[in-house]
Design a protein around this ligand. Structure first.
Ligand code: HEM
Length: 495
């Protein structure tokens, strides 16, 4: 065949296929902004996609569609639409698209956060909710976390005696890593004196950074094999090293269990019990490593940055800080009595501060993405099979339709209402909802509340010279978690 005729036929074929596909894909799609050729709406997301999407929702409504490169995305921005997705159609949206920075890890199918919602995932979730994150298990291991938090107090007292300021976010991140590592392995993985960053912290941090980068391969799947920005290659090194560290800890524990038979009762013991008892296709020394890694990645930065935002809000709102300290003194007593996790139920105001912080500063503002397993009707529109779905929890938590004076930091609002973050109140979803709700919620709640209570009970806090509660910068930085753009520095004063 003549080359020109061949090219003409090929062009006709491509144009027709594109037309048919586009019709199928856009039929009854939710409204949304018109995009540019090729990149679609990618350029409209800007550095703070949660804010840009919130503004767009004012024009296009609580369910809208965008095209990010070659990927169609539906965005929900109201409690009613979130409920339709997380509750009424939870089965259709049970799976997640896997970003390339996540797919780079060994055995990604054995994670909890990214594995398809198949029976193996259900089994791992079941073990998490019935054996790992239970009140009994968390109570059993609380002495380890308590010890870590006391070390933090010791460190802060030293800084206080020198009148030095501390970086709250960095300390909180390192402490959260150690609280999780003690809960999982009964061991510290980060230097408890906070002197050196430590390899483990660096590795977890590097994974976070790589995962937070915009990667073209996620929006143009054809580019995946080329890994043009090198994200996959770069992040894979950190994953492999972390797997090696876990491998060493796991093998050491397996040997200990064989020789002494004395159980520590930590998460690793629970998982190794499963390896011994359960179906080997679900739990083996190999397949528990991605699960353990998930706990560190999902739990440390989220909990650390929540603690930093809480302290920033308290430094901006001295009356709230004062009220919180009064509650602590009344319930616990003077600062030489130690706060423990078992005190948390007696501290409603501190709990309300944590809730209010998570309303204004949800660390995962768009939750984790979902993918439609088949065509689904939501609010009268069709979300087509394969389309991705985001829920703008940040926007919902700041919407004046659902919250009075939403931009004010007022923990009292949670004392007056029964709204909780357990996924049943769709106007407040910092931990998500439905079948993929955060399984680490009970641990996160304990760790953040304990750390905050200890910060406030043992110290008074001041802002460094030149910064006042009115000038404290509260700008956000959007990455894998929503953090403070300028790290919070504050001076502890021992009381
Ligand atoms: C302030 C702290 C935390 C926040 C705000 C948070 C938030 C979230 C959110 C929004 C999701 C997605 C839920 C959804 O898709 O509906 C999630 C999933 C997850 N979180 Fe958390 N999280 C926190 C702490 C933790 C901790 C401490 C752990 C474990 C140690 C953890 C483990 C996980 C895991 C494994 C998933 C994936 C669940 C799945 O896909 O089945 N998180 N988290």
């Amino acid at each position: 065949m003549d080359l020109h005729i061949f090219l003409l036929l090929l062009t006709l074929f491509l144009v027709t296929t594109r037309f048919i596909l586009k019709r199928r894909v856009t039929k009854n799609q939710p409204p949304g902004p018109t995009g540019l050729p090729i990149i679609g709406n990618l350029h409209q997301l800007g550095p703070k996609p949660h804010c840009a999407l919130s503004t767009m929702a004012q024009t296009y409504g609580p369910i809208m569609s965008l095209r990010l490169g070659l990927v169609n995305v539906a965005v929900a921005s109201s409690p009613a639409v979130a409920q339709e997705i997380l509750q009424r159609n939870d089965q259709a949206f049970a799976n997640r698209p896997i970003p390339e920075s996540v797919a780079a890890q060994p055995n990604v199918g054995d994670t909890i956060a990214w594995a398809p919602a198949d029976p193996r995932w259900r089994n791992r979730r079941r073990v998490c909710t019935t054996r790992i994150f239970t009140a009994q298990r968390l109570d059993l291991l609380q002495h380890l976390r308590h010890r870590k938090v006391q070390e933090l107090v010791h460190h802060l007292r030293k800084q206080a005696s020198k009148g030095k300021s501390v970086e709250i976010g960095e300390l909180a991140f390192a402490t959260m890593l150690n609280l999780i590592s003690n809960t999982v392995f009964s061991e510290d993985l980060v230097d408890s004196e906070f002197k050196s960053a430590g390899e483990f912290k660096e590795l977890v941090w590097r994974i976070m950074e790589d995962a937070g980068r915009i990667n073209l391969s996620d929006y143009f799947p054809l580019l995946k094999p080329m890994d043009l920005q090198g994200v996959r290659r770069h992040v894979a090194v950190s994953y492999v090293r972390l797997h090696k560290i876990f491998d060493h800890l796991i093998r050491q524990r397996v040997a200990e269990r064989q020789s002494t038979r004395a159980a520590k009762g930590d998460f690793l013991d629970v998982l190794l019990d499963q390896c011994e008892q359960g179906d080997p296709s679900d739990f083996t020394v190999e397949t528990i490593k991605p699960l353990i890694l998930d706990l560190f990645i999902a739990g440390s930065d989220t909990s650390g940055s929540t603690s930093e935002w809480a302290m920033a809000e308290l430094l901006r709102n001295p009356k709230v800080m004062q009220k919180a300290r009064e509650e602590l003194i009344q319930v616990i007593g003077s600062s030489n009595v130690e706060v423990t996790e078992s005190d948390i139920p007696k501290l409603p105001y501190i709990q309300a501060i944590v809730k209010e912080t998570l309303r204004l500063h949800p660390p995962v503002p768009l939750l984790l993405p979902y993918v439609a397993g088949h065509d689904v009707e939501v609010s009268g529109y069709t979300i087509h099979k394969g389309n991705q779905v985001l829920i703008n929890a940040w926007s919902i938590g700041r919407n004046p339709q659902f919250w009075d004076e939403p931009l004010l930091f007022q923990p009292e609002r949670f004392l007056r209402s029964n709204i909780d973050f357990k996924g049943r109140d769709f106007e407040y979803l910092p931990f998500g909802g439905g079948r993929r709700i955060c399984p680490g919620l009970p641990l996160a709640n304990r760790m953040i509340t304990l750390m905050l209570a200890v910060f406030l009970h043992s110290f008074e806090w001041e802002l460094p010279e030149g910064v006042t509660s009115q000038t404290l910068d509260m700008s956000e930085h959007y990455g894998i978690t929503l953090k403070k753009l300028s790290p919070l520095s504050a001076i502890p004063i021992s009381v």
